[in-house]
Design a protein around this ligand. Structure first.
Ligand code: GLU
Length: 336
């Protein structure tokens, strides 16, 4: 009995010290320990078990085969230094995270005014594959939900597969990883089951927003099937956090305005209908994909990439979200 109460007193003391630490860091009176793989792996271990409360996406059979226990946490710091922990080599499909790359390319080519003449800047309380405004105003709510993203990809110039290849090339450039490719069986699965997306495509064609053929929809399915790692996601987060400068300092695509636009879209709608609550809790531009990845930009500073395929009811990685939340609290990273 005595031993038990001694133990619980000890647990309470540790808990109190931990929350005191958070308060102190938050007040910035003491700097938190420098980021290291050890810090990341501590956060990962603390949140690993969240996968048991989530569900791996199974809207297509290929995704349902993912190992629910896989987990990875990566970070690229201000100086471009990479930190990795967990299943660092595990590849997964980027899914909706590809939407920010497509948006960058469409706006680069056509200008923001032209693209946003066809798509809104709205947030949403509806899921990623909702038809949202298509039947009322005719325009998709934003470029982060499927409808807007399908339209965005159709606005990238080029016949056939060309727009997809531009997206793939940009992902390879940002991550400096030429081995990145798309997963053919996920793509086939997306294509053969993607009738809801096909419905949106044809509704937008009917509304005069899309002028091409189904190759354009195929490009969207392919971009969703691009496979990468949590480290690649951290590098994408870094890129948009740092005015489209790559983690190694390469400034070929440096563009402050595009980075601001992408980050604002990530903050408004990047976490599906959870975006508002996520902004309150995390306060960082982030984009999630149903493959279990989340890419996060800490503006002017670093990029974070997480992976754990078990999702919450909104389609966001559950363990991924909690790892981000803990890191953000410990290092006071919210922009607010
Ligand atoms: N391929 C998925 C779809 O179009 C992407 C969904 C997501 O990651 O949000 O339905």
């Amino acid at each position: 009995m005595k031993k038990n109460s001694f133990l619980s007193a000890k647990v309470m003391l540790v808990a109190a010290l931990l929350s005191l630490n958070t308060v102190i860091y938050a007040q910035k009176s003491i700097d938190p320990p420098a980021i290291s793989e050890k810090i990341l792996s501590g956060i990962l271990e603390k949140n690993r078990a969240y996968y048991t409360q989530g569900k791996v996406a199974d809207y297509i059979p290929e995704l349902g085969k993912m190992d629910a226990k896989a987990i990875a946490f990566s970070l690229v710091d201000k100086n471009g230094k990479v930190f990795n922990t967990g299943d660092v080599h595990k590849k997964f499909t980027m899914q909706s995270i590809s939407k920010i790359i497509a948006l960058m390319l469409a706006v680069n080519e056509r200008g923001e005014a032209d693209v946003f003449d066809k798509i809104g800047y709205f947030g949403s309380d509806k899921p990623f594959n909702h038809f949202s405004n298509l039947e009322t105003t005719g325009k998709p709510l934003n470029p982060m939900m499927n409808a807007g993203a399908i339209l965005t990809t159709s606005l990238i110039a080029g016949d056939g597969e060309k727009p997809f290849l531009k997206i793939l090339d940009m992902v390879r450039y940002i991550t400096k990883n030429k081995t990145i490719d798309y997963n053919k069986s996920v793509y086939e699965s997306e294509k053969s089951t993607g009738n809801r997306n096909r419905g949106m495509f044809y509704l937008m064609k009917n509304n005069g927003l899309i002028s091409g053929n189904e190759d354009q929809l195929d490009n969207y399915f392919k971009q969703c099937s691009i496979e990468l790692t949590a480290e690649d996601l951290a590098k994408i987060g870094y890129f948009f956090a740092n005015q489209c400068v790559r983690f190694d300092g390469d400034a070929t695509h440096k563009n402050k305005e595009i980075a601001k636009l992408i980050e604002s879209q990530m903050l408004t709608a990047g976490m599906y209908e959870f975006s508002g609550e996520y902004s309150r809790n995390v306060g960082l531009p982030s984009k999630s994909g149903v493959g279990g990845g989340i890419t996060v930009s800490v503006p002017g500073k670093m990029g974070i990439g997480v992976f754990s395929p078990a999702l919450d009811q909104h389609g966001n990685s559950l363990a991924g979200y909690h790892m981000i939340l803990d890191l953000v609290k410990q290092y006071d990273l919210s922009v607010f």
